[in-house]
Structures are given as C-alpha cells and as structure tokens.
Ligand binder design. Structure first.
Ligand SMILES: Cc1cc2nc3c(=O)[nH]c(=O)nc-3n(C[C@H](O)[C@H](O)[C@H](O)COP(=O)(O)OP(=O)(O)OC[C@H]3O[C@@H](n4cnc5c(N)ncnc54)[C@H](O)[C@@H]3O)c2cc1C
Length: 340
C-alpha cells in the first residue's frame, strides 16, 4: 500500500475533544515501509512531526504547522507463549477497548480492568495507561518502534520503557522520536482477578458476585466508566485532564488539618497521591462553564467541550483550575494530555 498523504487536513475527526484544527499534512501509516517513504518526500522535509493515535489524550490549541503521522497499523497475533504468560502482539492502530474485548473472547484475560479506555493500542505505552488497580506495565512484554532518527525498527523491553505513573520514556528522552508499530502483551496463564480497587469491589458486591471471573470484572468496569465518564462521541473530552498530584507526608498532614475530608492514597516511599478531582471540586470548580469549555458535572477531573470550544478556551480553563487549586491547597496540578 502506498503512503496516503493528505494536504491541509482537518484534525477535528481525529481528537476526542472535537476541537477544530488543521495540519499542513496528515500521513496515514498502515505499514512500517510507509514511514521510510514519508522521510524520503521532499515536500515534508524539515517540517515538525506529531505522532497521532486516536487523539484521546491530546489537546490541539491551534493548527499544527507540520506533518501529523496517524498510525493505523492493524493486526493481532498470538506468539510463542512464555512459561507464565501468553504473548500477544497487537498492531499500534488497533482500538484498545476492542483489543481487550477480543482477547477476552479468545480466553486470554488480563486486561479487563483497562476496558473502555479510548484510543489505540500503540498509544497505551506512552502514558502507561492505567485504571481500576491495573497499569499496562503489569501486562507488557515488549514493543516494536520506528526510530525516526536512525530510520530503523527497534525492539524495546519493559525495562527500556521506564514506565511510571502515567509516564514512560516516550514522554521524556524519546518524546516524538519513536513511532510505536506494535505492542506485545504478556497475559498471565494463571489468571487472578484484580478486584481490590474500591469502585470495582463495590460494583461486584452490588452485583452479588463473590468470585468474579474476567468477564465479571470487564462488565463491572464498563458499567462504572459509563456512569462516571462522558462519552467522547457525545461530549468532547480527553478523560482525566490532570494527573493526581503526589505529595510528601508532611504536606498531607498539613492539608488534613485544614481539610479533614481530603482524599488520599498511600504510595511507596512515604508519599501520598491526592485525588485531583476532589481538589478541583473543593476549589468550587466542578460543573463550571467558561465560554464553551467546562468542568464535567459528574467528575471534576474531566474538562469538556460544551460545543464548539477552541483548544485555547479549554487550555484557559485548565489554567484557571491550576491557579485556583494552587491558591487553595498549595498543590500544583500537571496536565495529563499532551498540549499541542
Ligand atoms: C473518556 C476518556 C477516558 C479515559 N480514561 C483513561 C484511563 O482510565 N486511563 C488512562 O491511562 N487514560 C485514559 N484516557 C486517556 C487516553 O484514552 C489514553 O491515554 C490513550 O492511551 C490514548 O490513546 P490515543 O490513541 O488516543 O493517543 P493520542 O491521544 O493520539 O496520543 C497520545 C500521545 O501518544 C502519542 N502516540 C500515539 N500513538 C503513538 C504511536 N503509535 N507511537 C508513538 N507515540 C504515539 C502521541 O504523540 C501523544 O503524545 C481517557 C480518555 C478519555 C477520552
């Protein structure tokens, strides 16, 4: 298949905020050879690059004066299993949730806690997607990526990716430098439920399920997410707009003196994760509207496009949230999506 290069392409259909923006070029990549082909084109030489998956974790604040590389590489295949894990290689262009469902149907459970996360499989390692007590890193074997400088395919192991909380090497040293082509998952052959997360435990209890199977957890997670999060097909959003901030014990204790109902979770190293949604709500911002942007009524961590908002309007609201939370709690909130 030859490379598909679209000039002056609209990015509206390719971001879940539904923000209107254009790129000088949009390259749709279905095979690795097309990346080499793209680099050889004089028309795109010297232009900035942006790698794009499903556009569910980024905010366009204006037009992109360069080439958007939209990764559409398909495929799902089972590789030689390890002693303890099934190994499944998934093309970067495969929809993440559809992959979770498909693997469940193939009797390869292990991703059910990560059901209904929008976006493509190739983007999952970028921020080490996580939800309801599980992170991609716990189900990851390796990935294949195109190195844009060396112009060759490189295999990366779990250690190479340096995964952290909503973090990886792809957000730092390798930002924009590796186009992920496929991800190989490691799914446990002896499956055990991950059902300790409070919301999941409550949902299973409400459904009178004492010994959940993978399908039960999948159904519970899907139901919780449908209740709590806006569907991007109906209300533009990028999920959680801020990461949960991490503070030292001293800071937590100081905050608890003033705000006894503050929500926090202990982490390793004597540090604590604060619920950013709680902070935003307590700063009086849940449900507010500024122009055509807003803070979602049911979950203050989510910023929404109430219809026709520009990326700049959404960003201005994000700054207001950061300022008000910093002024009230002395805590800084870091955006989770990539701001372009
Ligand atoms: C309603 C909603 C709920 C969400 N819930 C969660 C959640 O529970 N947990 C969570 O972790 N996230 C969540 N997200 C965020 C988002 O779904 C994930 O981060 C997802 O992995 C992004 O995938 P994407 O394909 O849309 O990536 P994009 O938004 O297209 O890109 C995100 C970043 O990844 C890079 N990228 C994308 N594809 C590639 C590739 N093939 N190679 C190299 N770089 C690439 C981009 O350059 C960009 O930096 C949610 C989003 C929404 C809208």
């Amino acid at each position: 298949m030859p490379l598909q290069l679209i000039e002056n392409a609209s990015l509206g259909p390719f971001n879940t905020f539904g923000v209107d923006a254009h790129a000088v070029f949009l390259a749709r990549i279905t095979a690795v050879e097309q990346l080499a082909e793209l680099e050889a084109l004089s028309a795109v030489s010297g232009l900035p690059r942006l790698i794009l998956g499903g556009g569910s974790n980024l905010l366009f604040t204006g037009d992109f004066e360069g080439v958007v590389i939209k990764v559409d590489i398909p495929g799902l295949s089972e590789l030689e299993p390890g002693a303890d894990h099934w190994h499944i290689e998934v093309g970067a262009g495969e929809d993440w949730h559809a992959t979770v469902e498909r693997l469940l149907a193939m009797d390869r459970p292990g991703l059910e806690n990560l059901a209904l996360i929008p976006g493509q499989s190739g983007a999952a390692p970028i921020q080490n997607i996580g939800a309801y007590g599980l992170e991609l890193a716990e189900r990851f074997h390796s990935l294949r990526a195109w190195d844009v400088e060396q112009r060759r395919v490189i295999e990366m192991s779990l250690a190479d990716c340096n995964f952290g909380y909503r973090d990886s090497v792809f957000k730092h040293q390798l930002a924009g430098r590796r186009v992920i082509l496929s991800v190989t998952l490691a799914l446990p052959r002896q499956w055990q439920p991950v059902a300790g997360y409070a919301d999941v435990a409550h949902e299973l209890k409400a459904r009178a399920i004492a010994k959940p199977g993978a399908r039960d957890i999948f159904d519970a997670v899907v139901a919780i997410r449908r209740r709590k999060l806006p569907d991007p097909a109906l209300i533009g959003n990028a999920g959680s707009f801020f990461k949960n901030p991490i503070v030292a014990r001293d800071k937590l204790q100081e905050l608890l003196q003033h705000f006894p109902s503050l929500v926090s979770y202990p982490m390793s190293g004597g540090r604590f994760k604060l619920a950013a949604g709680w902070l935003i709500d307590a700063a009086g911002l849940k449900g507010v509207t500024r122009g055509r942007a807003g803070v979602y009524e049911k979950q203050a961590l989510v910023l929404v496009n109430r219809g026709g908002a520009t990326g700049r309007e959404i960003l201005a609201l994000a700054h207001e949230v950061q300022e008000k939370v910093a002024a009230k709690f002395g805590v800084s909130l870091e955006p989770e999506p990539v701001i372009v």
